[in-house]
Write a protein of this length. Structure first.
Length: 140
């Protein structure tokens, strides 16, 4: 009996690790059909940071801007049974990191001696994370 329970636990853990990102995003796209251009906060629950962004664009930002930049799937921040839940700490951290990026881009990116030039880069998740959950702190 103990061995059988272990097999069931292992199977459940494997299932959790095999989250299908593409299928989940495709399912969400189906659910918002006809509402793609509406502001995200009118289509999804608990939108706190990207208010005014079209719902379809929000899905792209999440799938590429966050998931790919950090090398994770939706489940890193979200519970796919309740996307709006704030139960996961990484979701809360992502909101704070979003604020930090916005501050860097809007207030701190300028270099006084280069005031006649527009900075060539926008700071985003990839700037530091480079496909990993921990920011790249050292060069290889």
């Amino acid at each position: 009996m103990l061995r059988f329970s272990w097999i069931l636990l292992a199977a459940a853990a494997f299932a959790a690790d095999t989250f299908d990102q593409q299928a989940a995003v495709a399912e969400l796209r189906k659910k918002i059909a006809g509402k793609e251009s509406l502001p995200a906060e009118q289509v999804f629950s608990n939108i706190q940071k990207m208010k005014g962004v079209p719902a379809q664009r929000l899905l792209g930002v999440m799938a590429i801007g966050y998931a790919k930049s950090l090398g994770v799937t939706c489940t890193h921040c979200h519970n796919p049974e309740d996307w709006s839940s704030d139960e996961k700490t990484p979701k809360k951290i992502a909101r704070e990191m979003s604020d930090m990026s916005r501050t860097l881009n809007e207030q701190l990116r300028g270099i006084a001696l280069l005031k006649d030039r527009t900075p060539p880069v926008t700071v985003n998740c990839t700037t530091c994370h480079r496909g990993a959950t921990k920011p790249a702190l050292n060069l290889p």
